[in-house]
Design a protein around this ligand. Structure first.
Ligand SMILES: CC(=O)N[C@H]1[C@@H](OP(=O)(O)OP(=O)(O)OC[C@H]2O[C@@H](n3ccc(=O)[nH]c3=O)[C@H](O)[C@@H]2O)O[C@H](CO)[C@@H](O)[C@@H]1O
Length: 341
């Protein structure tokens, strides 16, 4: 393999784009590659990337959220500024390869890579590709997908899985009471928090609330015993502790459940773009590896009934079905592709 290449990773926004990109960066380092990172000025990349000692270049994101008249007038100027900033990063870093993993900067970055004739790889983490990746798949040297069938066959995407940065420990505990881990994605989930804090059955709970909702969840539990955390740093340990995980269906969560052979109850985020979380969750549900409940059907009665039905045999069967879907060499396979051009 040709080493010492310079790779520009373009990824930002939430953990769902950043953590798999980080796993690839770590794998690239093993091949003595130089890694540069392109992200936007807001977003989790600003804390996670420097913490991992990788050089981060940031551009101003275009804020179209409010869609009021002022932001619409400002948008073309912001886009022009961000494009100029991305061009500057390409000129400064002179990458041999660009890898788009999602988020604002990866959209503009993908187009600039194509204009500069830098080989462009894109990776889609979800079962349904985002608009940016759909467009970039027309320009990319190679499109990579985590799950089979995410892209149309004409794209000729390669299924590689989602790279997971941590070492999985498969040692689920042998406890008397069910160990329920609750995770709402990297930012936590208020609707999930509100239902699970009402659980009144004999189980052990470890609950990740999200930074914003920590105090409220603690007070909602009141005197009930539950381990509550705003964010869990060591997710491998949390999955190993859990008999079952109740969670959103973000792409990385799905891949981590597969790798750690953890049964799940999945509540997809209802307003996710193109309903991609529903289709992520469906991969596990269709394979008897997870139980899918749409948020509109999530009630405390339904949840308690499902939890009480999870005996050892059922959990073991779900665990085996989950593991069968795992792609444990995703980072290695992606890096092999990147360095093979
Ligand atoms: C709200 C939203 O738009 N979510 C999207 C976002 O997911 P989001 O980043 O919320 O969720 P994911 O499930 O993909 O990834 C979360 C990551 O954060 C880690 N984690 C989480 C909680 C915690 O306490 N500690 C911790 O380390 C998980 O282990 C995982 O690696 O990007 C994903 C990938 O494009 C999409 O599938 C999701 O739909």
């Amino acid at each position: 393999m040709n080493n010492h290449k310079k790779i520009l990773i373009m990824a930002g926004g939430t953990g769902g784009h950043i953590f798999p990109a980080l796993a690839i960066a770590k794998e690239l380092k093993k091949h003595q590659c130089q890694v540069e990172w392109l992200g936007s000025k807001k977003g989790m990349e600003n804390t996670i990337v420097p913490k991992n000692k990788l050089p981060l270049h940031t551009v101003n994101a275009v804020g179209l959220r409010g869609k009021n008249i002022i932001s619409l007038i400002k948008a073309p100027f912001q886009l022009a500024l961000a494009t100029a900033q991305v061009i500057q990063v390409f000129i400064k870093t002179k990458p041999d390869i660009a890898l788009g993993m999602g988020g604002f900067a990866s959209g503009i970055g993908g187009v600039i890579a194509w204009i500069f004739r830098v080989p462009l790889f894109i990776h889609e983490q979800n079962a349904v590709p985002g608009t940016t990746n759909k467009l970039l798949s027309k320009l990319a040297t190679q499109t990579l997908q985590a799950f089979d069938g995410a892209f149309d066959v004409s794209v000729q995407a390669l299924s590689v899985g989602n790279p997971v940065a941590f070492k999985v420990s498969n040692s689920h505990t042998n406890n008397k009471k069910l160990n329920l881990l609750i995770v709402g994605g990297s930012l936590g989930s208020k609707p999930i928090n509100e239902v699970v804090t009402q659980l009144n059955i004999p189980i052990n709970i470890w609950h990740q609330t999200g930074q914003l909702h920590f105090d409220q969840v603690q007070s909602q539990y009141g005197k009930k015993s539950a381990k509550v955390a705003a964010f869990i740093d060591d997710m491998a340990k949390a999955y190993a502790w859990a008999d079952v995980v109740l969670c959103r269906a973000g792409a990385m969560t799905i891949s981590e459940l597969m790798l750690s052979a953890t049964p799940s109850i999945l509540i997809p985020l209802p307003h996710a773009i193109d309903n991609h979380q529903f289709y992520n969750a469906k991969i596990l549900a269709d394979n008897n590896a997870g139980i899918l409940i749409e948020q509109k059907h999530l009630t405390i009665q339904t949840l308690e009934k499902i939890l009480l039905s999870l005996d050892k045999e059922k959990l073991e069967s779900m665990s085996n079905h989950t593991l069968a879907l795992a792609k444990p060499n995703a980072a290695r396979d992606i890096v092999e592709r990147l360095l093979d051009i």
